[in-house]
Design a protein around this ligand. Structure first.
Ligand SMILES: [Zn+2]
Length: 364
């Protein structure tokens, strides 16, 4: 024992990086799709109010769908599967991002061939999302942060609306320039939604942006290549993780296998609830996902059942019935969606990102 102690003392200390840990806690929990540079945080809108953001340009790498390599661009559009596996993580889609075989898309195609209900199939479509590098004008100490969120109903769509509306050559179209760019004033709103049985939920979503000219120049900042932050999953590993979630750690996989003429699931969460944010109160909890247009219950959703409490959805049958897992780990099958009280926050608020202008030519 004494020896061991001595040995320990001699060992050179290797401190963990506090920022990296904070980063993991903030976003690592859900975002299995990004590899953020050390010390860099991910960001999403957490509360109602106005955020002041300076979006930064980076040099586009290979395969950016919106920008040619070598051009300064401000966002990376990508596709992700949400709520994957028992831990409900978000993974990059191998098919849409890299044109390779994707186990989740394969499963989706199987469902389609079997004639599964469209709504069920939809849950397995990869969703369009974006990341952007930006500086929070009111919290510059954080340095460059990475904004991640859905395109639809997100910041990206708002930015696009803005840039599409102005005349060519307007300074608005140069909002992300390191020098001579603009500050985005992004207003967010907590939006509630109600289910048919009267329960409510809410999510934070950007609902307006204004652009203000800015003096600050970011010419000297080193902005990471966003195209290199996407984490490409390993096919086999992803398949394993995915099926564990779909089949439910235990036996059957039937619950999720739609059959022919499946009927539509009856339960839906109401409108297109994009995201429901459960905990709007704390700002820093660990999840940070956002959502997008949700249709109904997805595998991985958290829902509240009157008898079983908060459960996660393990599988969605073609008949719309759900397989749930409660907090104790017990599974409950064939739950009608109508029995569910409300979707408990799925992750968190939607946030940001955006953009879609096709390749940006810097100058024309
Ligand atoms: Zn996929």
């Amino acid at each position: 024992m004494a020896n061991l102690k001595d040995v320990k003392k001699k060992r050179q200390r290797q401190y963990t990086d506090a920022k990296t840990v904070a980063n993991k806690q903030q976003s690592g929990a859900q975002l299995a799709c990004l590899d953020l540079p050390k010390g860099m945080n991910s960001f999403y809108f957490k509360k109602e109010g106005t955020y002041y953001m300076d979006i930064l340009p980076y040099v586009a790498g290979k395969n950016n769908p919106m920008a040619d390599e070598g051009y300064d661009h401000w966002e990376r559009t990508y596709f992700a599967h949400k709520g994957v596996g028992a831990e409900n993580k978000q993974y990059c889609c191998l098919l849409k991002n890299w044109q390779e075989d994707c186990p989740i898309c394969e499963y989706r195609q199987e469902l389609e061939h079997k004639g599964a209900n469209e709504d069920v199939v939809k849950a397995y479509w990869p969703k369009k999302r974006q990341i952007m590098a930006f500086i929070d004008v009111e919290d510059k100490n954080k340095g460059i942060q990475i904004f991640e969120g859905p395109y639809a109903f997100g910041l990206g769509q708002l930015i696009d609306n803005k840039t599409n509306a102005v005349r060519e050559g307007s300074p608005v179209t140069r909002f992300y320039y390191a020098d001579g760019g603009m500050t985005l004033a992004v207003s967010t709103k907590s939006e509630g939604f109600k289910t048919s049985d009267g329960n409510t939920g809410k999510f934070i979503k950007p609902n307006n942006i204004e652009m203000e000219s800015r003096e600050t120049s970011y010419e000297d900042l080193e902005v990471p290549c966003l195209d290199e932050l996407l984490k490409k999953p390993d096919y086999k590993k992803l398949k394993e993780i995915f099926h564990k979630g779909v089949d439910g750690e235990d036996e059957e996989e039937e619950a999720a296998e739609p059959t022919k003429n499946g009927k539509a699931p009856e339960a839906k969460k109401e409108e297109k609830a994009e995201v429901e944010d459960d905990d709007d109160d704390d700002d820093d909890d660990d999840d940070d996902e956002q959502e997008e247009e949700v249709s109904e219950f997805d595998v991985g959703d958290k829902v509240k059942h009157p008898r079983y409490g908060v459960c996660s959805v393990l599988a969605v049958g073609e008949d719309g019935k759900l397989k749930l897992k409660d907090k104790e780990g017990n599974t409950h099958r064939a739950i009608k969606a109508s029995e569910i009280m409300v979707a408990v926050k799925e992750e968190k608020a939607p946030e940001v990102q955006s953009l879609k202008n096709p390749k940006v030519e810097e100058e024309e």
